[in-house]
Design a binder for this molecule. Structure first.
Ligand code: ADP
Length: 407
């Protein structure tokens, strides 16, 4: 018999054996048998025409319909099926054919199987890559949804907290007024305690509102002329009490460009640099030093704030600029804004970044890692564009910067 005759001869036994060896249950076997019949006739076509690509369509169909668990476990089912088919073919030709017929038949079938195995591996890999890409898109959109709901939660919570806070502030002021004439030292210190709590709560609520403004690209900047050295001095004046109480030194080095007039939102920039400097105080042990320095680069001013504090690990250097990055350390949260390692809600850096970026600048940190004994320190860099006039509102919008004059 020649090869086509052999193929015709062994067809039914081949299909029957392959179906029996691989599919359990009559229903499954019947369905599988249909698939095998299709495969076999394509195999015959491939051999007769000498073009193994005839088997492509069925391999493609098989690779496109794996079960979810196949995909998750990364099983290569088609390759396994093809290998099993090949084993059964060996058995069959050895049992029923002469040596010559067996050699000829295998000689024709093997190249098609080699081709099919290669193709199947490729198709299965493509399906798997598509599956993983799809899973990733799913995870990404879940994360985006989560981030959106986090952002709207912050915004709602902040606005809801604002009203009762204003009430408490009002009543405390009235209480203060009412007890003014017969106030006692004890009453004064109680009222002072309430006022401290209110101030802290207001800072947190304001920070939450700022974060939601930044998240939603709604932070509006009020561009005015400003001088960085003046701004830094104001921040120092606010923080000097903490610096002294922590026995630290805070040096503001004069640098070329710090006396240049720039356009920017001085209140917002004050807030950003205050956050950076109070962090430097917070994360530097007593007796440490903080140096604010800078330089002029073409079109930019670079400000650096270097401390001799506990430093930041490479993994954290990116995430600390994301909101609530430090929530896991809630046990370390403390009421002191500049107490050593007194972590807060983790909004200071996201706000600083939002403000700097709204000005068209960048912020990043460099540190040799986190080590509370060795204290490698951290250096925060802020790059601010030198703007010698307020941005054109139309132009500013392109960069997501709104100017107050728009409103
Ligand atoms: P918070 O101080 O409220 O936790 P921030 O957003 O200001 O939030 O800072 C986020 C985190 O970044 C801090 O909790 C701290 O772990 C780290 N960090 C910020 N500044 C410094 C610094 N100068 N040195 C070491 N770690 C810092």
């Amino acid at each position: 018999m020649n090869v086509p005759e052999v193929l015709k001869e062994i067809r039914d036994t081949w299909i029957h054996r392959v179906a029996n060896s691989m599919a359990r249950g009559a229903g499954v076997r019947e369905n599988f048998q249909g698939q095998l019949e299709r495969f076999y006739s394509l195999l015959v076509q491939a051999i007769e025409t000498g073009d193994p690509a005839w088997v492509d369509p069925i391999l493609y169909d098989w690779s496109a319909s794996p079960t979810q668990s196949d995909l998750r476990e990364g099983e290569k089912n088609i390759s396994a099926v093809l290998n099993r088919m090949l084993m059964i073919t060996y058995e069959l030709v050895r049992e029923d054919l002469t040596e010559q017929e067996a050699m000829d038949t295998l000689g024709s079938i093997l190249p098609v199987f080699t081709y099919a195995l290669d193709k199947a591996a490729r198709y299965e890999m493509e399906t798997r890559v598509a599956y993983i890409a799809n899973e990733l898109t799913g995870v990404q959109s879940k994360l985006e949804r989560l981030d959106r709901s986090k952002s709207s939660f912050i915004s709602v919570a902040a606005h809801e907290l604002k009203t009762p806070l204003t009430l408490i502030e009002g009543y405390t002021a009235m209480m203060n007024e009412a007890t003014k004439n017969n106030s006692s030292a004890q009453m004064d210190s109680l009222i002072e305690g309430i006022n401290n709590g209110i101030r802290r709560l207001r800072t947190i609520v304001d920070d939450m509102i700022d974060v939601s403004l930044i998240d939603n690209n709604l932070m509006s900047l009020n561009f005015q002329p400003l001088w960085l050295f003046k701004l830094f001095n104001l921040v120092r004046n606010e923080l000097i009490v903490s610096v002294v109480s922590r026995k630290q030194t805070l040096e503001l080095r004069p640098f070329p460009g710090n006396d240049q007039m720039l356009f920017g939102d001085s209140e917002r920039l004050y807030q950003a640099f205050r956050n950076l400097l109070s962090n430097a105080i917070k994360y530097t042990p007593d007796g440490g030093s903080i140096i604010l320095d800078g330089r002029t680069l073409p079109g930019f001013i670079e400000v650096t704030i270097a401390d001799t504090g506990i430093g930041i690990s490479p993994e954290d250097q990116e995430t600390i600029f994301e909101k609530f990055s430090q929530l896991g350390n809630a046990s370390l949260h403390s009421s002191g804004k500049t107490k050593f390692k007194g972590g807060g809600p983790g909004l200071g850096l996201p706000i600083a970044r939002g403000i700097i970026e709204a000005h068209g600048g960048t912020i990043w940190v460099e540190s040799d890692g986190h080590d509370e004994k060795r204290c490698p320190g951290s250096t925060f860099h802020v790059l601010l564009p030198i703007r010698t006039e307020p941005p054109d509102p139309k132009f500013a919008k392109l960069f997501g910067v709104e100017t107050k004059s728009d409103h």
